[in-house]
Design a protein around this ligand. Structure first.
Ligand code: NAP
Length: 261
């Protein structure tokens, strides 16, 4: 059977020239590394985030040596559906199309379930689970109309394993895997892929905020014996958003140093 295609000649990653990518919370940490990786490969990157991201996005743009690589800021709290829709519309008005959505923005509000307030539960579900759904909903009609899209949801090893003090976070990240698979099924015939990346413990401000004892435990449970680097997550995302990754959908790409297999 001939499965060859003029679009699948190289097997190598294609450049992302002409592609427009949204990265939520894309100005620092894992999101910053993803924005950088996509911009360096030629994509226009729209960082969607809350006001503190604006200045960091300018710094990120400057670190890429000016106009050859475009990273710009669009304000939206991903927990607010109307704000997501407004940001997506403004990106569409400016650039005409959106090819890639990376749902990266996330928060933690750690406490044992017994002590966790309803507000702490809800805040994490709103940002980490409803946020990705709202962003997907805001871009979906457009991607289906164009018959092309690459969506990546940043989940977590904690979504597979659970973690002491993270009932809200683990539930949101596990929910994201179900959302990923369902959306993958619903959009597969429209040229859209939907995948998750599940990082282990990565050296960002989110992990730096954890107690040192918890970081030490995480490291000791990681066979590779170190925290991951944000660029190691960006590399997995870059692979999944490639045009030639069109036969990969509904999957979870675990990048966790062997912590969960
Ligand atoms: P981070 O350094 O805390 O960055 C999170 C980003 O999300 C920030 O830019 C933040 O903006 C933004 N954000 C937070 N709430 C938002 C909202 N309501 N609307 C829009 N943007 C919002 O986190 P990270 O460590 O890079 O993590 C990135 C993603 O990877 C998260 O989804 C996280 O759960 C996941 N992850 C991280 C690890 C890890 O070990 N670091 C492991 C597994 C999964 P502000 O700075 O303005 O608040």
């Amino acid at each position: 059977m001939d499965v060859g295609s003029p679009h699948l000649a190289s097997g190598a990653l294609r450049r992302l020239d002409g592609r427009v990518a949204i990265v939520t919370g894309g100005s620092r940490g894992i999101g910053g590394a993803i924005s950088k990786a996509l911009a360096i490969d030629g994509a226009v990157v729209a960082v969607v985030g809350i006001p503190a991201d604006r200045e960091r996005t300018s710094v990120l743009q400057a670190s890429l040596n000016g106009s050859a690589h475009l990273v710009e800021f669009h304000e939206a709290n991903v927990a607010d559906y109307q704000a997501c829709e407004t940001a997506v519309q403004s990106i569409l008005e400016k650039h005409g199309h959106i090819d890639i959505l990376v749902n990266n923005a996330g928060i933690t509000k750690d406490r044992t379930a017994r002590k966790m307030s309803v507000e702490e539960w809800q805040a994490v579900i709103d940002v980490n689970l409803s946020g990705p759904f709202f962003m997907i909903k805001a871009v979906l009609d457009h991607m289906i109309e164009r018959q092309y899209g690459r969506i990546v949801n940043i989940s977590s090893v904690v979504g597979h394993m659970g973690n002491f003090g993270q009932a809200n976070y683990a539930a949101a990240k596990a929910g994201l895997l179900g959302l990923t698979k369902t959306l993958a099924i619903e959009t597969a015939k429209s040229g859209i892929t939907v995948n998750a990346v599940a990082p282990g413990f990565i050296a960002t401000e989110m992990v730096a905020a954890m107690p040192q004892a918890a970081i030490d435990i995480a490291k000791s449970r990681t066979p590779v014996d170190r925290l991951g680097d944000p660029n190691e997550i960006a590399r997995a995302v870059r692979f999944l958003v490639d045009e030639e990754s069109g036969f990969i959908t509904g999957t979870t790409f675990d990048v966790n140093g062997g912590m969960y297999m």
